[in-house]
Design a protein around this ligand. Structure first.
Ligand code: ZN
Length: 253
């Protein structure tokens, strides 16, 4: 990052706009990583169903690598944001080695993420990673996911995470059938119900019908919710087995 050849202020403006571009690109990459992690959930369910334990383990390692990668991008983003502020406050002719500062800040923050945090703090709190573990667990087990890591039990947030969700579609009022989840707000609906709901509205989008939710539903942001589909299946099986009318299931959201 050299300011040579341009007037210092113009140089700063141009660096600032380049930083904005980099920050925007980083956000785009993080969105792609989240999408990739979500698709790993489906793969994980398939592998677990097929008893491919070794491959499930490999997938889990990949999920952790993706969590790390997202964190690495977060760190670089924070460093850039901090540097943008420092750059604007600095004297135009200051001889700060910005590249070295950038590298140092990144490396020290990254080292502390790698060495100072527990597995639980790094992975157990990541929403998509938790969803992945819950999906794998639900393939062969009923009930909420037990503690993933030792510290889980001490964590109020996680303990409070367990709550009841309905197995009924908020649109059709029937048990979920092919549930699709909005990636905007996380609410799920039966596929045919949500498609006809969105089509009734203009422009191919519609307000989320769940009370209190401000999100907009679009066909493009709906993804199959296989975890919920499985819970409905399990419910139907157990309702067949024993005559129970329990329409709620304990889940860890
Ligand atoms: Zn919603």
């Amino acid at each position: 990052m050299s300011l040579q050849g341009t007037s210092p202020r113009r140089g700063l403006t141009s660096i600032s706009s380049k930083l904005n571009k980099v920050l925007g690109d980083t956000d785009g990459m993080q969105t792609k990583i989240t999408r990739l992690m979500n698709s790993c959930i489906d793969t994980g369910i398939d592998l677990e169903e097929a008893d491919e334990e070794a491959q499930v383990d490999m997938l889990e390692t990949s999920m952790r690598t993706l969590v790390d990668l997202q964190k690495r991008l977060d760190i670089e983003k924070d460093t850039l944001k901090g540097m943008r502020i420092q750059l604007q406050a600095s004297q135009p002719d200051s001889d700060v080695d910005w590249v070295a500062l950038y590298d140092e800040t990144n490396e020290s923050t990254w080292a502390s993420w790698q060495n100072d945090l527990s597995e639980h703090e790094k992975y157990g709190k990541h929403p998509v990673y938790r969803k992945f573990r819950e999906a794998l667990w639900s393939v062969k087990n009923d009930g909420p996911l037990p503690s993933m890591f030792e510290e889980d039990g001490d964590d109020d947030e996680v303990v409070l995470g367990a709550q009841k969700i309905s197995l009924y579609c908020p649109l059709s009022r029937q048990l979920f059938d092919n549930p699709m989840q909005s990636s905007e707000c996380g609410h799920s609906f039966s596929k045919s119900a949500v498609i006809s709901y969105i089509r009734q509205q203009n422009q191919g989008e519609a307000p989320c019908p769940v009370p209190g939710c401000d999100a907009v539903l679009k066909l493009a942001t709906l993804l199959p919710n296989r975890l919920l589909a499985r819970k409905v299946d399990n419910h139907l099986i157990s309702a067949n087995d024993k005559d129970n009318d329990n329409e709620y299931e304990e889940v860890d959201e």
